[in-house]
Write a protein that binds this ligand. Structure first.
Ligand code: PRP
Ligand code: URA
Length: 209
């Protein structure tokens, strides 16, 4: 069974509370989403393997460590996942970025795919799928199924808020994919919005409502 990591660092919780506030406008919302994403990326990458290297300081030679193992890839789910990419790239500037375009049909709540462009070596990378909202889980489940169809075997999911329903759906569909989130909220409402949530993440990021 995959693990759910709740990143309850005080700075994450502080910033999350500001973006939940309906009075927070797109500029501040965008900045904070990127800042939270950077802090989450610190935890998502905690288990990266290291290799020992020799380094010469101005004083003497010594032992140091560099990140080893597979290279990383970020896969934001459009559109709201885009809001987290720059923050993560500040921490992992060499990661390649693929994009999966999905939207949730407001009537059926089923994910509808409209775009996919992945780095050609995605299957050789450790991938982080990125979407701020894990609500029913339909979008994240579909995006990760898509990545697996392309041969990508190492995937983690990073989000800002997760509903219990979304976590259950992800664990049933992809029991090998760990979930990293800043909070687990209470439930979904009748339109499958996360409660208490933060509203429509894409609209708040891009000012489309
Ligand atoms: C939002 C969000 C997730 C999805 C979550 O995207 O960014 O992708 O809903 O809901 P689910 O877990 O029930 O699938 P939306 O469909 O609103 O598209 P957008 O990012 O283009 O606004
Ligand atoms: N998508 C969002 O942007 N917000 C929710 O609460 C649920 C799905």
């Amino acid at each position: 069974m995959s693990k759910v990591h709740v990143i309850d660092h005080p700075l994450v919780q502080h910033k999350l509370t500001i973006i939940r506030n309906k009075e927070t406008g797109p500029k501040e919302f965008r900045e904070l989403v990127n800042e939270i994403a950077l802090l989450l990326a610190y935890e998502v990458t905690r288990d990266l393997p290291l290799e020992e290297v020799e380094v010469e300081t101005p004083i003497c030679k010594t032992k140091g460590y560099t990140v080893a193992g597979k290279k990383l890839g970020l896969v934001p789910i459009l559109r709201a996942g885009l809001g987290m990419v720059d923050g993560i790239l500040q921490l992992i500037p060499t990661a390649k970025v693929g994009h999966i375009g999905l939207y949730r049909d407001p009537e059926t709540l089923q994910p509808v795919e409209y775009y996919c462009k992945l780095p050609s070596d995605s299957h050789e990378r450790d991938l982080i799928a990125i979407d701020p909202m894990l609500a029913t889980g339909g979008s994240a489940v579909a995006a990760i199924s898509f990545l697996k169809k392309y041969g990508c075997a190492s995937v983690k999911l990073m989000c800002l808020l997760a509903a219990p329903e979304g976590i259950k759906a992800m664990q049933e569909a992809h029991s090998d994919v760990d979930i990293y989130t800043a909070a687990i909220d209470e439930k979904l409402d009748s339109r499958a919005y996360i409660v208490p949530g933060l509203g429509d993440a894409g609209d708040r990021l891009f000012g489309t409502k």
